[in-house]
Design a protein around this ligand. Structure first.
Ligand code: AMP
Ligand code: MG
Length: 337
C-alpha cells in the first residue's frame, strides 16, 4: 500500500479523518509521541493497527476522545475523582483506566474489561477526532519494540507501505507517552506508566498516589501485569542499550575501560565539553531529556552504534518517565557505580 504524507491544513486533516472513518490507519501527531490512529469501535480497523505494529494482541490500545464529557459513551463507571483529574489535566498527557462498555470491542482493549481514555491536546489529533466523529484508538506509531516516534519521518521509517497515511505535525512536545493511571477506592490512584503528568501533579488532586512496582522493576515470571505493555521488551533501538547510574567522573572512567567497538554514549548536554569519547547528548533537565530520548536512540542506530551506554536521568518526577523507558530499552541491564 502507498502511504500518503499529509500536511496539517484543514483539507488534509479532513482527508485523514475520512480515511479513519473508512476503517484505515493513519499516523497522527500528538503532544506525547506520534500515534497510529484508527476507529476504536471498528474491530477490523483496530486489527490493522496490531498488524502494522506487530503488536501482541493482549497489549491494549488507549482510546482518544475530543472531550472528557464523551468518556461516558465508552465506559460503564467513572469515579468522581476522575472528573476532578480531568478538570485539571485534560486535555493533556494523562490516560485514565475505566471499566469499558460494549461499544469498545475486546480487540481494542487487548481482551481486558477496562479501557484507557485520553483527551489529547495536540490540535491536529484533536481536529481529526472531531472531524471523524470516531473514538480513536492510537498506540505509539512505532514497530512494536522499537523507540517511539516523535516526528513524521520516524513514523514513515517504521510504517511506510503498511498504513494509509501519516500527518506531519512537526516534532512532538513531550516526547514520551502519557501517564497511565487506574483508580483504587475514592481517593487513591496508581501510576502504571509514568509520563509528564507526574506524581506531584496528581497529588494536587488525589490524596494518595502509588507508583506501581513494575514502573522500575521487571515482572517476575508468573506475575500478571496491571499494565500489559510493561511486560514486553520495549523502546529499544537495534544497538544494545546499557544504563549507567553514576557520577560523570565514574561514567567517563567506565567508558574508558570498555574495549568494545561501536560504542557510543548518551550523555547530558552540559557534560559534552568534558567527555572524551563518541557521544550524543539528550539535554539536561528531565523535560528536555524526555523530549529527546527516543529521537537520540533512533539517531544512534543511524550512526551505526552497536552499544549505547546511557548516563541515567535523575529519578524525580518527569525523570521517572525517562528512566522507565530507558530501563526497558536496556532490558533491565543497569550498572550502578
Ligand atoms: P502505547 O499505546 O504504545 O502507548 O501503549 C499503551 C499502554 O497503556 C499499554 O501498553 C498498557 O501498558 C497501557 N494500557 C492501555 N490500556 C490499558 C488498560 N485498559 N489497562 C491497563 N493498562 C492499559
Ligand atoms: Mg508504545
Amino acid at each position: 500500500m502507498e502511504t500518503q504524507l499529509l500536511g496539517d491544513s484543514l483539507q488534509q486533516l479532513e482527508a485523514a479523518a475520512n480515511l479513519i472513518k473508512n476503517g484505515e490507519v493513519v499516523g497522527i501527531p500528538t503532544e506525547t509521541v506520534y500515534g497510529l490512529g484508527a476507529d476504536a469501535a471498528n474491530e477490523d480497523a483496530v486489527r490493522k493497527i496490531f498488524a502494522a505494529k506487530g503488536r501482541p494482541a493482549d497489549n491494549p490500545l488507549i482510546v482518544h476522545l475530543a472531550d472528557f464529557s464523551d468518556a461516558v459513551r465508552y465506559t460503564s463507571l467513572i469515579p468522581p475523582l476522575a472528573y476532578e483529574l480531568a478538570e485539571k489535566f485534560c486535555p493533556g498527557p494523562l490516560t485514565m483506566i475505566f471499566p469499558k462498555n460494549s461499544t469498545i470491542p475486546y480487540v481494542t482493549s487487548g481482551g481486558l474489561d477496562t479501557v484507557g481514555i485520553r483527551i489529547p491536546s495536540h490540535p491536529v489529533m484533536h481536529r481529526i477526532i472531531e472531524i471523524s466523529g470516531c473514538p480513536i484508538a492510537a498506540p505509539s506509531a512505532n514497530t512494536s519494540g522499537l523507540p517511539s516516534p516523535t516526528s513524521a519521518a520516524h513514523v514513515m521509517d517504521d510504517m511506510k507501505g503498511k498504513i494509509a497515511a501519516v500527518v506531519d505535525g512537526g516534532q512532538c512536545q513531550f516526547g514520551v507517552e502519557s501517564t497511565v493511571i487506574c483508580f483504587e477506592g475514592e481517593s487513591r490512584v496508581r501510576i502504571l506508566r509514568p509520563g509528564c503528568v507526574t506524581r506531584q501533579m496528581l497529588l494536587t488532586v488525589c490524596r494518595e498516589v502509588i507508583i506501581d512496582d513494575a514502573v522500575l522493576n521487571g515482572l517476575s515470571k508468573n506475575e500478571k501485569a496491571a499494565s500489559p505493555g510493561m511486560k514486553y521488551k520495549h523502546y529499544s533501538p537495534k544497538a544494545d542499550v546499557v544504563l549507567v547510574d553514576s557520577s560523570l567522573d565514574k561514567f567517563i572512567e567506565y567508558i574508558g575501560s570498555c574495549n568494545e567497538s561501536g560504542v557510543y554514549s548518551l550523555i547530558y548536554t552540559a557534560d559534552a565539553d568534558k567527555f572524551p569519547y563518541k557521544y550524543m547528548t539528550y539535554g539536561d533537565g528531565s523535560l528536555e531529556q524526555a523530549h529527546y530520548v527516543f529521537q537520540r536512540l533512533r539517531e544512534l542506530d543511524e550512526c551505526g552504534a552497536k552499544k549505547i551506554y546511557v548516563r541515567a536521568p535523575s529519578n524525580d518526577e518527569v525523570g521517572l518517565a525517562v528512566l522507565n523507558r530507558l530501563i526497558r530499552a536496556a532490558e533491565f541491564e543497569v550498572i550502578r557505580i
